[in-house]
Design a binder for this molecule. Structure first.
Ligand code: APR
Ligand code: PHB
Length: 398
């Protein structure tokens, strides 16, 4: 028993802060490689699983989940999509990823990815602390990195070799780094996405990204019976102001006539507004602290890159830890930040471009509208332009 006032002491090799997809995937890749780790999460498992997030997986992400041994349900239930559709001017244009570059994406909700990772971690008997309060990071610039937290009124201290900050955009990890040691790059867009989930069949076999004078809309799905739809709304909008009927009417008004006709509506299971933001923190390593996923960068959802970038970071990080512990080789860890950022910035560029291409910007003048129109026309009439979109959407090589 620790004396009163002294925190309960634990030790591990890698302390992972945050049990979103980044933290859990890292934990699983390390566990598979025999590297001791703990996951410390401030919310409950139920809360983590109640968050509805995106659902498009690149091949790199599917491969990472396979390596972590958590791809069985994904292979059985995931929907392989060989392309997407762009809708504007009342017409739909298909971008055929498979024909253009021979790769595709898999539709499988992030919530399900998280559920599968949680189950695998539990099965492996690896330690996870949920509902950890006042999580704090110490001495990651020195010799004795530690993560402290309180659980059920008891203070705990985890000594470790490394800390993985996988605690999302609002987490404590990036915030623990002094301002002078990091550089932030940010763009906040003057709109958000109002999204709903409904137990209705998707309007089409593939995703439809629609650009319309009333604003952007996206028709996505989670399965053949569950749909996810979004409409662009001004930043100040509140979800409470949107009845289901108002949402369906707005969505229909932004689609081509055939899709509007085919749309099957029903009660929403979830309805929320997400702001759109581009954000990068450089570097992604500070001594023995490594940031991964949303803790280090945010992309607007238009390019479906958020989860995929998190998986890509985590693969570099897991390989760095494996080289360090197996071969005493720290070179990969030293390259971590530069490797991640090179890929992150390309995904930032693509997500910003997709966002600029498809949304209505409140300050856009007549010239800007014509340029946007010309870019859409060029895109669907040029195989080179379609190939560029396809290459980025399915994921650039690592
Ligand atoms: N201490 C411990 N855990 C924390 C703290 C904290 N101080 N702050 C936040 N967390 C937890 C959150 O509760 C959340 O469960 O960290 C987790 C971070 O998970 P995500 O936000 O899902 O981030 P990440 O794992 O990087 O996943 C990236 O999520 O937002 C999407 O588009 C994004 O798909 C991408 C994916
Ligand atoms: C989603 O299904 O939630 C989704 C799909 C594609 C995107 C964004 C979100 O670009």
């Amino acid at each position: 028993m620790a004396p009163k006032g002294t925190p309960h002491a634990h030790s591990t090799r890698v302390a992972i802060v945050g049990a979103g997809p980044a933290g859990l995937l890292l934990g699983q890749l390390l566990t598979v490689a025999g590297i001791d780790n703990i996951v410390i999460e401030q919310r409950s498992p139920e809360h983590v699983l109640s968050r509805i997030r995106a659902g498009i997986l690149e091949c790199v992400t599917v491969d990472a989940l396979a390596r972590a041994g958590v791809d069985a349900r994904l292979r059985a239930e995931g929907l392989v999509h060989r392309g997407i559709e762009l809708s504007f001017g009342g017409v739909r244009h298909r971008i055929d990823f498979h024909a253009l570059i021979g790769r595709d994406v898999t539709v499988y909700g992030q919530t399900e990815v998280t559920r599968d990772l949680m189950a695998a971690r539990q099965e492996a008997g690896m330690p996870s602390v949920y509902e950890a309060q006042d999580v704090s990071l110490h001495d990651f610039d020195g010799r004795r990195p530690r993560v402290c937290y309180r659980k059920d009124g008891i203070e705990h201290e985890v000594s470790c070799d490394f800390i993985a900050g996988c605690d999302g955009f609002h987490g404590v990890s990036r915030a623990s780094v002094p301002d002078a040691s990091k550089q932030i790059f940010e763009r906040v867009y003057p709109f958000g996405w109002l999204g709903i989930l409904s137990e209705t069949p998707p309007v089409a076999d593939e995703l439809i990204y629609a650009s319309h004078p009333r604003g952007f809309a996206l028709c996505s799905m989670r399965s053949k019976t569950r749909s996810r739809y979004y409409v662009q709304v001004p930043s100040a909008e509140k979800a409470e102001g949107w009845s289901d009927d108002r949402f369906w009417d707005e969505l229909r008004s932004r689609l081509d006539a055939e899709a509007a006709e085919a749309l099957v509506t029903g009660p929403s299971i979830e309805k929320s507004i997400a702001p759109l933001r581009s954000f990068v923190c450089e570097p992604m390593r500070f001594g023995s602290l490594f940031l991964a996923g949303d803790a280090a960068h945010i992309v607007p959802p238009t390019g479906a890159k958020g989860l995929n970038l998190a998986a890509s970071d985590v693969l570099y990080l897991a390989d760095g830890f494996i080289a360090h512990y197996r071969h005493g080789d720290s070179q990969e860890l030293d390259l971590y930040s530069a490797r991640c950022l090179s890929r992150v910035w390309k995904a930032e560029r693509f997500s910003w471009w997709m966002t600029s291409l498809l949304h209505r910007f409140p300050d856009a003048d007549a010239f800007a509208h014509r340029i946007q129109q010309a870019e859409l026309d060029y895109l669907v009439s040029s195989e080179a332009a379609c190939r560029s979109l396809a290459e980025n959407y399915v994921g650039l090589p690592r």
